[in-house]
Design a protein. Structure first.
Length: 254
């Protein structure tokens, strides 16, 4: 069967700057790529085609930290949603909490987005899929951003929120504390609020990251319950101590 020739729009693979490129995308496993593209939000179609022309990197998934054994403070909530700009220290903080305490379950807000993205990649015959080890690479990241925002725009803000609420609610049945990482928009806060949780933002003064996608543009404006400052350079333990202090302090006592 002849290949499907797709002309990408403006924007290169790395930065979205001006420039045109062409990708040849073949039909795989009897699945017509154009049919798969039609099921995606319009915003996500170009970045999907770019990704199947250059699939995600073949790198191992990072190992999850071994859980600790210390009991969680009595004041700790049962659910925390975490937001913050890339490179603020969110993942480090969460990993340190998991290593110290027992009874913590972690999930990412993007888990549902990644699952849907990988379903589309499999249907296109792509074998290398998106996971924690490669999701921040430019092409997977752009597709995930476009898919996440595109579904919100076309299906409504509750499209992802409902999935996250169901999964987080299930984890809460068997865990003392559930942490949902990667909140980016105000609609992402909705399942955390509905389940009675807190929203934390990790901020690192001097972080030079510039949001290049609309879905990240207002992270620092989200209404949160606590701000955890990652402001002690060279002392990673300081961020953990601030997070631990927050767990030990009831929200109403702040």
């Amino acid at each position: 069967m002849a290949p499907l020739l797709v002309r990408m729009g403006r924007g290169d693979q790395q930065s979205g700057s001006a420039g045109e490129f062409e990708g040849v995308v073949r039909r795989n496993a009897g699945k017509a790529v154009d049919h798969i593209v039609a099921t995606l939000p319009e915003r996500a179609r170009e970045s999907f085609l770019a990704l199947i022309a250059q699939p995600p990197a073949d790198v191992p998934e990072p190992e999850r930290p071994e859980p600790g054994s210390a009991p969680l403070p009595e004041a700790a909530p049962q659910l925390i949603g975490v937001c913050g700009q890339p490179r603020a220290g969110k993942d480090f903080m969460i990993d340190q909490l998991i290593k110290h305490y027992g009874g913590i379950a972690r999930m990412n807000y993007s888990d549902a987005v990644i699952a849907e993205a990988n379903e589309a990649l499999r249907a296109a015959g792509v074998e290398r899929l998106i996971h924690e080890g490669n999701k921040s690479d430019p092409l997977p990241r752009r597709f995930l951003q476009d898919l996440g925002l595109g579904r919100r725009e076309e299906e409504g803000a509750s499209y992802w929120a409902d999935q996250v609420r169901r999964r987080a609610g299930g984890l809460m049945q068997g865990s003392r504390l559930v942490i949902v990482a990667g909140l980016r928009t105000e609609s992402d806060l909705e399942p955390i609020r509905r389940l009675g949780g807190e929203v934390w933002r990790v901020e690192r003064p001097g972080n030079t990251y510039k949001a290049e996608h609309p879905i990240e543009a207002k992270i620092n404006e989200l209404p949160v319950d606590r701000v955890i400052l990652n402001d002690v350079e060279g002392d990673p333990g300081a961020l953990f101590e601030k997070a631990r202090a927050a767990l030990e302090t009831p929200r109403e006592a702040q």
